[in-house]
Design a protein around this ligand. Sequence first.
Ligand SMILES: NC(=O)c1ccc[n+]([C@@H]2O[C@H](COP(=O)([O-])OP(=O)(O)OC[C@H]3O[C@@H](n4cnc5c(N)ncnc54)[C@H](O)[C@@H]3O)[C@@H](O)[C@H]2O)c1
Length: 397
Amino acid sequence: MKYDLCIIGGAGHVGLPLGVAFANVGQKTVLLDTNVEVLNMISSGSFPFMERGGEAALKKALKAKTLLTSPDPEVIGQSDVVVMVIGTPVDEHLAPNLHGLMKVVESYSAYVRTGQTVILRSTVFPGTSERLQRYFDKKGLKVGVSFCPERIVEGKALEELSSLPQIISGFDPKTVKKVTTLFSRLTKRKIVVMEPIEAELAKLFSNAWRYLTFAVANEFFVIATEHGLDYHKIYAGMTEDYPRMNLPRPGFAAGPCLLKDTMQLAAFHSSNFFLGHAAMSVNEKLPAVVLRQLEKKLPDMHDKTIGILGMAFKAESDDIRESLSYKLKKIAMTKAGAVLCHDFYVDDSRLVSLKKLIKESDAIILAAPHKGYSKIDPKKYPKKVFIDIWNFWPKNN
Ligand SMILES: NC(=O)c1ccc[n+]([C@@H]2O[C@H](COP(=O)([O-])OP(=O)(O)OC[C@H]3O[C@@H](n4cnc5c(N)ncnc54)[C@H](O)[C@@H]3O)[C@@H](O)[C@H]2O)c1
């Protein structure tokens, strides 16, 4: 075969680091993607989004000629293993869109060959791997389907691919063996073998768990704050030298995965996932809570300017997918005279400079605590209101 691996969705946040990591352990890898502009950036050595160590690792793989890019689906048939990592969003009713993934599979099925291994790396609705295996079986293609969930935290994929145990699964021993060998090249950590349905649920449980813990943190914050108390002081006291209180800090819990995977799990369990839905209402209401806090400190908001710092969904990221900063902006626009937004990393022509935002805003809300904002000292602006749910500028609270 011309390639060891073909990654469908290879220009994306999961596909690209994974492809680079495999290429750098000697696997001849081709990234197949419909986004030709981004493929061109990649092949010229430029990493298209923020990823720690990404650019150096990409350049290394390109130099070694183990990493190639292509928009041509012919490369699928020229690869021993095919990995699928396209997006799997929920729809406007928060229902999983299994149809979208299967449509992509169908569009490429003419290139799939008997003897290949097809690995699903997208996070999927439970049962999708089995559906895919049945699909190939019905077509008379002897293809081994495997589900191997991606568990990295976005932005640190290249570090975590080699430091996390890899969960793998398959429907037959030959596929399991092949996929075990493949992932053993990436990590010296354990390869954990499960049934495909177990691995699918393990991924959804992991993301729902994280989303729930953020919701607990946020709800505690809201309870304390709305009773006029300093939650951060309570947090510091209750977590000090007390390992059972392993609670995250409050903050916007957003991004392309946690909410949608919690909702996939809810859909799998016939919408009987009360904790998941409760977590969604707690986490999603935080922008409104923040504005309620602000309204108390800045009564005539309708003729005031609000500044929002950090539009990415989390700190030190340029990813705005499902960012609660944009939800905050939309609600703020219904209440304030003007809303100005800033981010160091996000590419959005509507953003303003940090200088302008600080100068013109009556109130400043820290939405994503990028490190660069630590240079701002709220005490220097006594006439402005600062809202900082993260306790990023502790002395201001
Ligand atoms: N982003 C994360 O941190 C993360 C972590 C773990 C798991 N996941 C899961 O991984 C999957 C991918 O997420 P992502 O963040 O990488 O998405 P993404 O949007 O960044 O990447 C998807 C890529 O697929 C490409 N694509 C779409 N349709 C295609 C097609 N028909 N043929 C070829 N390429 C196509 C897109 O152009 C894009 O480059 C999702 O299921 C997600 O839930 C994401």
